[in-house]
Write a protein that binds this ligand. Structure first.
Ligand code: SF4
Length: 275
C-alpha cells in the first residue's frame, strides 16, 4: 500500500465520515444531510485507532467530512489528536464558528489542520440559492475569524459546470477569497456530483467507480472506494462503492481496496479528478 501511495496509484489520504447530520440542507448535497437525518456517527476512538494504523500502512494524511463535522461536540479536540498522527483537512460549511464553538477551536491554532470551507458564488443571492439563507454572510464572516486564530483555511467551490462559469464571476470570487486571506493555491473548484440530492434534482456529473480515483473512506456503515461513495439517496445509503462492512483493523478494507485496484482495468472513461 505504501508503494502504491508513493508511486501515485493510490491517494495517501484516508477519509472519515464523522457524521451525516448537518445544520444546512443544500440542494446538491451528496448525503441528503439535514438536521434530522440519521447521524451515522463514527466513534472518535475508532477514528484515532484507524489513524494510527493508517500511518503505519503508509497513508500520508487524513480527511474528515460529513454532514457537518463541527456538529460533533468533541470535533476540535479530536482533530487536534488526529493531527498529532497525520496532517488533517476537515470539510465544513463554516456557519457554526461563533460563540462557544469558535472558542472551542483553540486546540487547532497552529496545528497541521486545514478547514476546507464551502463557498460557491461571488454573489450572495446566487450562493444562498443552493446553500440556504444567510450562508454567504456567515461564511465570509467566519473565514477571517479562523485565520486570525492561526487555523489554516481552504475554500471549496462546487458548481454545476465549472467550465461554463463566467470568467468575470470567477475572478470576483477569487478576489473575494484573496481579500479574506485565502490564496489561489488554497481555492479548489469542483463539479457537483450526481448523487444524493443532486441526483434527485438531476444536477451535476455522473460519477461512479470507473470515474473516481481510489481514496479509502471509512464510515459508520463500512469502508468505501471513494469519499463520493457513501452517499445517501431517498434516505438509503448507496453501497455501489462499498468495499467492506469491516473497518477495523483498517488493513482489512485496505487489502480489499488494493485487490480491486489491481483488478480494475483502465476503461475509456476519463477520471474526474475530483478533490
Ligand atoms: S452539502 Fe455540506 S453543508 Fe450542505 S447540507 Fe450537505 S453536508 Fe451540509
Amino acid at each position: 500500500m505504501a508503494e502504491a501511495i508513493e508511486n501515485g496509484e493510490l491517494s495517501g489520504r484516508l477519509w472519515f465520515y464523522s457524521n451525516y447530520h448537518c445544520n444546512l440542507r443544500c440542494t446538491y448535497c451528496l448525503t441528503e444531510s439535514a438536521p434530522g437525518v440519521p447521524r451515522r456517527e463514527l466513534a472518535p476512538d475508532d477514528m484515532l485507532d484507524a489513524a494510527h494504523e493508517a500511518r503505519s500502512l503508509g497513508f500520508t494524511n487524513i480527511g474528515v467530512t460529513g454532514g457537518e463535522p463541527f456538529l460533533v461536540p468533541e470535533m476540535p479536540t479530536l482533530l487536534a489528536s488526529l493531527a498529532a498522527i497525520l496532517p488533517v483537512v476537515v470539510l465544513s460549511n463554516a456557519t457554526l464558528f461563533y460563540g462557544n464553538r469558535l472558542e472551542a477551536l483553540e486546540p487547532l491554532a497552529g496545528a497541521p489542520v486545514h478547514v476546507q470551507v464551502s463557498l460557491d458564488r461571488a454573489d450572495p443571492d446566487d450562493n444562498d440559492e443552493m446553500r440556504g439563507p444567510e450562508n454567504f454572510r456567515r461564511v465570509v464572516e467566519a473565514i477571517p475569524r479562523l485565520i486570525d486564530r492561526g487555523i489554516g483555511v481552504r475554500i471549496s467551490t462546487t458548481l454545476e459546470d465549472p467550465d461554463a462559469v463566467d470568467a468575470d464571476e470567477m475572478e470576483r470570487l477569487c478576489e473575494l477569497h484573496r481579500s479574506l486571506g485565502v490564496p489561489d493555491e488554497d481555492h479548489i473548484v469542483r463539479p457537483i456530483v450526481r448523487r444524493g440530492r443532486a441526483a434527485t434534482a438531476e444536477m451535476g456529473v455522473a460519477a461512479g467507480f470507473e470515474q473516481l480515483d481510489p481514496e479509502l473512506t471509512v464510515t459508520a456503515d463500512g469502508a468505501f472506494w471513494s469519499p463520493v461513495g457513501p452517499t445517501v439517496r431517498g434516505g438509503r445509503l448507496d453501497t455501489d462503492m462499498l468495499l467492506t462492512r469491516t473497518t477495523a483493523p483498517l488493513a482489512t478494507p485496505a487489502a480489499v481496496l488494493m485487490q480491486v485496484l489491481a483488478e480494475r482495468r483502465d476503461g475509456e472513461d476519463a477520471r474526474l479528478g475530483i478533490k
